[in-house]
Ligand binder design. Sequence first.
Ligand code: PNS
Length: 182
Amino acid sequence: MANKAGTLPPKFVAVYPGSFDPVTNGHLDIIRRAAANYPSLIVAVVANPSKKPLLSLQERVDLLRQVCAGIAHVEVDSFEGLLVDYVRRRKASLIIKGLRIVSDFEYEFSMALLNRRLRGGVDTMFLPASLEYAFISSSSVREVFSLGGDISEFVPPAVLRAMKRLDGSRLGLKKRTRRRGH
Ligand code: PNS
């Protein structure tokens, strides 16, 4: 059995897809646990998420590369188009998804069925979020941060630094107008 993604038989290569806008401690927990249990894991960042992302594709990929640097057999990549086509191109056969709350399940279950119908042989495996991360999502992190809340508990330090460097206008913050003197 070879030990590099792409040289392993498909049944040993899994893909963990997502928008990662930004990557959170919850994502990182899923990546660590999937990588500990699977010979090769590709974290695949979708180039065109359904909603306009806060971070560019390059920023999302770079942050993931930084936070995954110490985790064995993890590769970070990006993809466009159908996930199942990417999974096939990368000679993988399994999609990993994290489930946080019960309402995630309905959507993810139908996606898993759809993806299997689109490409027979591509299956999905769900990992339940660890309890301490079950309430964290990228969208809530973006919202809390843009409203001035503390996200340091929810994201890796590299992500916090990157968010703090963002121009306020990208976060939807209006420029402060200087008060006129009387
Ligand atoms: O982190 P997200 O936004 O929940 O990830 C969603 C993602 C990237 C897994 C999903 O949007 C996706 O698979 N996009 C690729 C396009 C595709 O294959 N669509 C068919 C299933 S809807």
